[in-house]
Design a protein around this ligand. Structure first.
Ligand code: PBG
Length: 321
């Protein structure tokens, strides 16, 4: 009790504050999501996400040396194909765009971690994350077969981790099974386990040309009102074989991150999504948001700020030493 107890004692100097700091942003646990397009020599600014680009495979491979120097944890690749059809056939064909990108990045730096997003929304002409029938309803089980093929193409190309983001039922179970049977039993799955039907994905849908052209994603993504259901989704994905589970978006769902951290004993990832990215301008606010996500319990943060924050984190360390 005051006056004996004075919490300000441990806040008086930068050195003391550093000594008692509870949360650290580690660049090695930040993952940079990025977009790959067909063609050659393309580095195309994304108008809805200033500071982010779509890369052709050759240009993405060129970035890898820099990414390695920035010492971030890895990249998460999204394909933006030009051809879309009802079956998402560009996603599953041999030597698909993302498969090429994975192989090129691994070729440039074999020990740099490459994760790949597995979802059909950028590949279907209707923009939904699964196949749809003539009534426009999602065909859950038929979609799983396509997702499996997509995941296999990525694993064959050398992906270090597969990240299914479709939110259909049962996908982790079947992807795990087919990866195992296909000789990829050591390829981990980072599941977008608690992915909400969120208004914060707008800029990404523009970047990935993946907005649904009818309806919405509410029949598969979580209702933002629900927390228990998110924990059920996470528990199921763990049972089905997920190695890492993700909560997405991040800052509006810190409660879910914290609950997941408390309840489950595997690494928790959080995705700071495109809408969060565009709302943040000031460096200090970016760092504070990422720190909050970490403090809530995220081990890994997927963030478009990964690269610039890695640089800042290094500078901060220099300032104090
Ligand atoms: C695809 C997918 C989305 C995001 C990642 N994977 C969008 C969506 O569900 O429409 C959003 C990422 C972001 O906003 O940064 N299923």
């Amino acid at each position: 009790m005051f006056p004996q107890t004075r919490l300000r004692r441990l806040r008086l100097t930068p050195q003391i504050r550093r000594l008692v700091q509870e949360t650290h942003l580690n660049p090695a646990q930040l993952v940079w999501p990025t977009f790959v397009v067909e063609g050659h020599n393309i580095v195309e600014p994304i108008s809805s996400m200033p500071g982010q680009y779509r890369y052709s495979v050759d240009q993405l491979a060129k970035e890898v040396k820099k990414l390695h120097e920035e010492k971030i944890g890895g990249i998460l690749i999204f394909g933006v194909p030009t051809k879309k059809d009802p079956h998402a056939s560009e996603a599953t064909k041999k030597d698909s765009l993302v498969a090429q990108a994975i192989a090129a990045v691994k070729d440039a730096k074999p020990d740099f971690v490459v994760m790949s997003d597995v979802c059909l929304c950028a590949y279907t002409d209707h923009g939904h994350c699964g196949l749809v029938d003539s009534k426009g309803e999602i065909q859950n089980d038929a979609s799983l077969e396509v997702l499996v093929q997509m995941a296999l193409r990525h694993a064959e190309a050398g992906a270090d981790m597969i990240a299914p983001s479709d939110m259909l039922d049962g996908r982790i179970k079947v992807i795990r099974k087919f990866l195992d049977e296909g000789g990829f039993s050591m390829t981990p799955i980072m599941s977008y386990a608690a992915k909400y039907s969120s208004a914060f994905y707008g800029p990404f849908r523009d970047a990935a040309h993946s907005a649904p052209n009818f309806g919405d994603r509410k029949s598969y993504q979580l209702n933002p009102t629900n927390a228990k259901e998110a924990l059920r989704e996470i528990a199921l994905d763990i049972e089905e074989g997920a190695d890492i589970v993700m909560v997405k978006p991040a800052l509006p769902y810190l409660d879910i991150i914290a609950k997941a951290k408390e309840r489950f004993d595997l690494p928790i990832a959080a995705y700071q999504v495109s809408g969060e990215y565009v709302m943040l301008k000031e460096k200090a606010a970016i760092l504070e948001s990422l720190t909050a996500i970490k403090r809530a319990g995220a081990d890994i943060i997927i963030t478009y700020f990964a690269r610039q924050v890695a640089e800042q984190a290094r500078q901060l360390i220099h300032e104090l030493s």
